[in-house]
Design a protein around this ligand. Structure first.
Ligand SMILES: *Cc1c(COP(=O)(O)O)cnc(C)c1O
Length: 321
């Protein structure tokens, strides 16, 4: 039997990350409230350390290492925000870190990961199996693998984002959450169930990568090929047993949005709220805006998950069309 993390684990995580992670602001916009006829509260994790909520889960997981684990170090595979989250958390805790990244990952991301003190080991995604490689290095060096979402401490850490939001703004009718592998969504659902039990928690995925919606509807984890979408943080192929278990129990529904709707959201954040949001970070707003749920007159939370986007790429996206 799988033991799912609980809200008590989210509370413990909040205590561990306090003073290390930012308590990010809950921002509002009269413009969007008027446009959608609802009262929206944006939890700005684009303003989190290293630019995304993933710092919460990584720092919580690494904080729980034993002395022996700390000495041997941590290893993670990611080309995105999880890589930087693990590298920064490891540096802050004095733990050696190896990050396995594809050789064709954006140079800026490899450089950022190195900048946080991580040792980057690259691999060729067309000829090498990244999990095998990671497990090989982990075994050889005695390092602990911290996965991006299928880990109770990572899920509990991500849930602290919603815990802060409910504590800051009170009960909500809806909470829209960006979804890739479901770590953020499941953690936030644990917090919602405890702090605002009537709140409907809604996961939002890119249209092209609706594996979580398919899993949610069919009752079994569905795996899809790597989806083509601008939401690079949600290019996951499947939920994990832990995240799916919580999502099935505590999430109200799963929605999808188009890449064009993500760009519209990014433009709105930049123009009206002066926020730089990466494509994946706009999933929640796009779901509230276009998901067709009856949010009128309701109090609606939106998790803005991250802001790590190359500026040239950002400009290209928001000025096109
Ligand atoms: C990782 C990530 C997500 C998806 O999180 P999961 O826990 O995998 O569902 C969403 N937005 C951003 C910015 C991310 O980095």
């Amino acid at each position: 039997m799988l033991t799912l993390p609980t809200y008590a684990d989210v509370v413990d995580a909040a205590r561990r990350i306090e003073g290390h992670a930012h308590h990010t602001p809950a921002m509002r916009s009269r413009t969007i409230n008027e446009r959608l006829g609802a009262e929206l509260f944006f939890k700005c994790e684009n303003l989190q350390r290293m630019g995304a909520f993933k710092f919460r889960g990584a720092f919580n997981a690494l904080s729980r290492f034993t002395e022996a684990q700390r000495a041997a170090g941590v290893i993670a595979f990611s080309s995105g925000n999880h890589a930087q989250a693990v590298a920064l958390s490891a540096r802050l805790l004095g733990i050696p870190a190896v990050i396995v990244m594809p050789i064709d990952a954006p140079q800026a991301k490899i450089a950022a990961t190195r900048g946080y003190g991580g040792e980057v080991i690259t691999f060729d995604r067309f000829t090498q199996d990244r999990e095998q490689l990671t497990q090989g290095i982990a075994a050889e060096r005695g390092m602990t693998i911290v996965p991006p979402f299928n880990h109770p401490d990572v899920i509990a850490g991500q849930g602290t984002a919603a815990k802060e939001l409910f504590e800051d703004v009170g009960a909500l009718d809806y909470l829209f959450v960006c979804t890739g592998g479901g770590g953020l969504l499941s953690g936030c659902a644990l917090a919602a169930r405890a702090l605002s039990p009537e709140c409907k928690v809604i996961g939002v995925e890119p249209e092209a990568g609706n594996d979580a919606q398919q899993s949610f509807r069919s009752g079994a984890i569905v795996k899809i090929p790597v989806p083509h979408t601008i939401a690079d943080g949600a290019q996951t192929q499947a939920l994990s047993p832990l995240t799916f278990g919580i999502i099935q129990r505590d999430v109200h529904d799963m929605l999808t949005v188009s890449d064009a709707q993500l760009v519209e959201g990014m433009r709105f954040f930049a123009e009206r709220m002066k926020l730089i949001v990466e494509p994946t970070g706009a999933l929640g707003l796009a779901g509230a805006w276009h998901g067709g749920l009856p949010i009128q007159g309701k109090r609606v939370g939106v998790i803005v998950s991250g802001g790590n986007v190359d500026l040239a790429r950002f400009a290209e996206l928001v000025t096109a069309a």
